[in-house]
Write a protein that binds this ligand. Sequence first.
Ligand code: F6P
Length: 371
Amino acid sequence: MRVGVLTGGGDCPGLNAVIRGVTKCLILQHRAEVIGIEDGFLGLIERRTRPLHYRDASGILTRGGTILGTSNIANPFSYYKRDDADVSEEVFEYARLIGLDALVVIGGDGSMSIANGLAQMGMQIVGVPKTIDNDLVGTERTFGFDTAVSIVTDVIDRIHTTAQSHDRVMIIETMGRYAGWIALYAGVAGGADIILIPEIEYSVEDVAWVCLQREARGQHFTIIMIAEGARAKGGDMVVKQIVENSPDPVRLGGVGKVLEQGLRTQTDSEVRTTIPGHMQRGGTPTAYDRDLATVFGVYAAAMIAEGRFGHMVALQNNRLTSVPFEEVANKTRMIPLDHPMIATAHATGTSFGARDFDCRIESFHMEDVVT
Ligand code: F6P
C-alpha cells in the first residue's frame, strides 16, 4: 500500500506530530510506503513529492510548522497559476501515476472541501482536522487550539501586571476567524474582565460601562479579550486584507484598534491594544496537542487500513470517530450561546460587552468544557 500525506491551509502547532503519527503507524503496523506531498495541494498539482521514511518522521514531534510545507491558495479545482483552471483531472492522473492507493489530507474546512471534490472523483482520502480556530464542524476539538489558547493565556498574564501598574484598559485581539473559541477559552483561563466574541454582538457603551464600574469599585484596570471576528451591534467585522486566489480570501484584523478608539472617548483611562498575531500559530505544541495530533494520525492510519475513505477523523463526546467530508466542507462551528464555557464566564462576572446578554444555566453538562 502506498499512501500520500499532505498538510493544507494555514499552519498550526501539531502538524508534524500528525505526520509522525500517521507515517510511523502506516510503516510499522501496515507495512505501507508513505509519500510526502510538498506544500499542500500545490505539490499534487506541481508534482512535487518525496518518500517519507521512518527516520523522516523521527525527531519532529515537538517541532512547530510542517516539514512538508503548506499552501493556503492552491486549489486543484481553481488553480491560480493558470487562470483559475480546473486541474483536478491532472492531479488525479498524477496520483495514479505515482501509485497512490490513499491520501491523508491534514487541513481545515477549505482543505476538507477540496478533499471532498477529489473523493467524489474516486480518490481514496482520509482527512485530519487542523486549525487553531477550533471551528471545524463535526469535531469538538482540532489540534493546535490548545496551544493557541496557552499562548494567548500567557499574553493575558503578562498584560495583567503592566495593566495593573499603569491603571490602563488593555485590549488583546486574538485570531479565530468567524468564531470566538480562542478568545473565550483564553479569556476564561486568563481571567479577562470582558470577552468579546463574534457570537455575541457588543456595544462600545456597554464595554465602557464595565470599565467605569470597575474604576468605581477601585479596580483601576480592565483586561479586554476581543476575537478578530467580533463586531459591534449593527456593525461589520473588521477586514484587514483580501488575499486574492485564496479559497477564503478575507483576512480579519484590526477590531482591537477600532474598539480602542471608541473607548478613548468613553472612559478616562489610557487604552492600549496588543495583537499576538501569528505567534498564536507558531512554536512547540502543548502536550495535549501532541497527544491529540498523534492519536488523530494513528486513527487516520487505521481508517485507511479499514478502507474508511471520504471521512475526516473527529472527536465527539471525547471519543474518536469520523464524519463524512460533505458534513464538514466550507462550514464554521460557532460557539453555541448555551455553551458551558459562556455560562461559566458569565457566572463568574465576566462581561460579554452586551448588558442585555443573559445566560442563566442552573446546572449544565461539563463534558463540553474540557474537550
Ligand atoms: O485559520 C487560522 C488563522 O490563523 C485564523 O485564525 C486567521 O484569521 C488566519 O488564519 C490568518 O491567515 P493568514 O496566515 O493568511 O494571515
